[in-house]
Design a protein around this ligand. Structure first.
Ligand code: FAD
Length: 441
């Protein structure tokens, strides 16, 4: 009898699992249940569709027919999984016509991803010109409004918010970014590195409002949106809410699957959940990690694809394990490439870990080349007690703008210079934990 594998969710993690399973098992029945109309779409390209830098036809990596044909997959779009019975090994589904049925599985993979986390005071269902960005349909909906809009508000200064801001700016909009905290990319960068990104955004013409909460969004009915910020009403044509994401795990939770503190599904290094014959992968899952004590939730495409491959290997009986995730992320912000790996000052502070911070700034372009000056600024955080599991956790910003845009991090530090590389070192004692923003960074 061929094995029957059912995968809930047809984007990065679900499709990686499906295609790897097919390579390992030619006879298996592999069914993918996807509630949306697209599978295997390039989420990273969605912000770039707003400026048409990435046209709609390039958003889906492969279409349903192409994938089904190439990998002999039974892909069902417009189908929502509504329940899992782990004892009976069945999934309840509802199709696009509202018809319900039950599907049996030998192994089930939960790849339900994440969804935008919208502050409760915003009722986006009632607001025509206010959007979140998660799916291809979200991107095409926003793109349809772009031509008629001039003033845009982006709520949230994490990496998705900044990519949206850049692309709306490229599309000719006046863009305000409102970030509740006092820095951009709060989950990715320390304040010193964030300061570089902030000045670069302002240089590019983004009206960046830090420490600014949006209290209310209303639509008066004339095609505009009124946003209340700092007790003042501002009028926009378009609003994008990018205030973070949350793992989509209700289905797994109702089947008795254990969750991690983050709310994502706790999985081991083989992507096994606490329930037999159920694996979980991608943004829905929290795998073992280097940086935290135990598992960590890192909702990014790289880990999602790797988790899919490991789950498929395990299901097909091949020995494989996920290397603990390091939490590596890179984003483009206009002319800056902003990257990080391992702990940030905020996560070390949260854990009460004392550390030493080393800041360096060095020219990338040799002085003999008469090109535009380029610099590379780097912040490395070295724990001063205990063991560092990531040898050089760092937040790195490679700047194509002038070295002078880099700021000295703290008046208490002393610079030294060797071979044109300027270095500042500073010792940080632990300070009380601060609450992390829900904004994505
Ligand atoms: C705008 C944007 C930009 C991004 N840029 C980057 C980037 O530059 N680099 C990077 O590494 N990551 C990026 N990411 C994150 C990356 O897209 C995610 O980490 C990745 O998509 C996770 O894949 P996934 O399959 O786990 O989850 P998802 O992509 O969320 O897919 C889950 C799928 O499951 C389906 N589903 C959910 N519940 C059900 C159900 N009950 N029944 C049927 N189907 C269901 C959903 O419709 C969805 O299609 C970005 C994300 C966004 C939104």
């Amino acid at each position: 009898m061929p094995q029957k594998y059912v995968i809930i969710g047809g984007n990065a993690a679900g499709m990686s699992t499906a295609t790897r399973l097919r390579r390992l098992d030619e006879t298996a029945e592999i069914m993918i249940l996807e509630q949306g109309e697209h599978v295997s779409y390039a989420s990273c390209g969605l912000p770039y569709h707003l400026s048409d830098t990435v046209p709609e036809e390039n958003l889906a990596v492969m279409g349903v027919e192409q994938l089904s044909g190439a990998f002999d997959l039974d892909i069902r779009t417009g189908v929502t999984a509504t329940g899992i019975d782990p004892d009976a090994h069945t999934v309840s589904i509802t199709d696009a016509n509202g018809k319900s049925m039950t599907i049996a599985y030998d192994d089930l993979v939960v790849a339900t991803g994440a969804e935008p986390l919208v502050p409760p005071m915003f009722d986006l269902d009632e607001l025509e010109h206010c959007h979140t960005l998660r799916t291809v349909s979200d991107a095409t909906d926003i793109r349809e409004e772009v031509a008629d809009a001039e003033r845009a508000l982006v709520i949230g200064g994490g990496y998705i918010g900044l990519e949206v801001a850049e692309n709306l700016h490229e599309a000719g909009h006046d863009v305000i970014v409102a970030e509740l905290l006092d820095q951009v990319m709060p989950n990715t960068l320390g304040p010193e590195m964030a300061a570089m990104v902030e000045s670069h955004l302002r240089e590019q013409g983004i009206d960046l409002r830090l420490a600014t909460g949006v209290d209310d969004l209303t639509e008066p009915g004339d095609g505009t949106v009124v946003a209340t910020m700092d007790d003042t009403d501002h009028t926009f044509d378009l609003v994008v809410v990018a205030t973070g994401v949350t793992p989509r795990t209700e289905l797994a939770e109702s089947a008795g699957v254990e969750l991690h503190d983050s709310g994502a599904i706790a999985v081991d290094e083989r992507m096994r959940t606490s329930v037999e014959s159920i694996h979980a992968v991608g943004d829905a899952a929290a795998p073992p990690a280097v940086r935290a004590d135990g598992n960590a939730w890192v909702p990014l495409g790289g880990p999602a694809n790797r988790m899919g491959r490991v789950a498929a290997n395990d299901i097909a009986g091949h020995d494989d394990q996920l290397d603990p995730v390091l939490d590596t992320a890179i984003a483009k912000v206009f002319d800056l490439d902003v990257g990080t790996v391992g702990d940030t000052a905020a996560t070390l502070d949260e854990r009460g870990q004392a550390f030493e911070a080393i800041y360096t700034s060095q020219p990338i372009t040799p002085s003999t080349i008469p090109a535009r000056p380029r610099s590379n600024s780097n912040s490395s955080l070295i724990p001063t007690t205990g063991r560092s599991l990531v040898p050089r956790p760092s937040a790195r910003t490679v700047s194509t703008s002038e070295l002078t845009c880099w700021r000295r991090p703290s008046p208490t530090t002393t610079p030294s210079s060797t071979f044109g590389i300027t270095t500042w070192r500073t010792r940080r004692r632990t300070r009380p934990p601060r609450i992390r923003s829900t904004c994505w960074g």
